[in-house]
Design a protein around this ligand. Structure first.
Ligand code: GAR
Length: 226
């Protein structure tokens, strides 16, 4: 994504259904200027979402569009898209938004919708993924920022972070460890987009110029320390 006019901040529309801790991380990084973007609008489909309170507290425009008021997903999406377009949103950021994204939405914002998912995609798409990682016996999990396409958590991967899974983890323990990393990588991924540092080539999203390679491998259990 190119920012043709670097002096103008990328206008974000953030969609959240729940607590909004990722929204908060993005607000905080905009406020300390490590993220050169502006949150134009926050929308929730859930009137009870704490994310709406976070937006209010930060003085950010926000509204609820309750999906239960619409018979068809298409009509719900049309209402959301209209609000986002009214606010001149350039990048749609799904931050714990628990609705599937359909064609109406995708066509309105082609390659301009991103999501964060609490697993290392393509492993464990969908819901309850921390429990799924535990049940599978994975030794690492993590989080993924990706472009949204018509599949469930299948779009091109922008950034990932890895965390270890420990033998005595509960799903909540693992979710909390992953969430800490979500709060780091989501604002960073948005900043890379805002700065025009990412080139989308089919499934591969490259950094331009490229970053130096990450010089480590991770092992769990560790190689030493018996
Ligand atoms: C986050 O863990 C996010 O990755 C996940 O919901 C949580 C929202 O937390 N999203 C999904 O599972 C999307 N399918 P938050 O409301 O505190 O940001």
């Amino acid at each position: 994504m190119n920012s043709a006019t670097p002096s103008l901040k990328l206008q974000l529309g953030i969609l959240a259904s729940g607590s909004g801790s990722n929204l908060q991380a993005i607000i905080d990084r905009c406020n300390d200027s490590s993220l050169q973007a502006n949150i134009a609008l926050v929308i929730s489909n859930n009137p009870e979402a704490f994310a709406l309170q976070r937006a209010a507290q930060a003085g950010i425009s926000h509204c609820c569009i309750d999906h239960r008021q619409f018979e068809q997903r298409d009509d719900f999406e049309r209402a959301v898209v209209a609000k986002l377009q009214e606010s001149k949103v350039e990048l749609v950021v799904l931050a714990g938004f628990m609705r599937l994204i359909g064609d109406t939405f995708l066509h309105a914002f082609p390659q301009r919708i991103i999501n964060i998912h609490p697993a290392l995609l393509p492993a464990f798409p969908g819901l309850h993924v921390q429990q799924k990682a535990l049940d599978y016996g994975a030794k690492f999990s993590g989080c993924t920022v990706h472009l949204v396409d018509s599949g469930v958590d299948t779009g091109p991967i922008i950034m990932q972070a890895v965390v270890p899974v420990y033998d005595d983890d509960s799903a909540d323990d693992l979710a909390a460890r992953i969430l800490v990393e979500e709060h780091k990588i989501y604002p960073r991924a948005i900043q890379l987009l805002a700065a025009g540092r990412l080139k989308i080539e089919g499934r591969r999203v490259r950094s331009v110029p490229a970053f130096p390679p990450t010089p480590v491998a991770l092992h769990n259990p560790p190689l030493q320390n018996d």
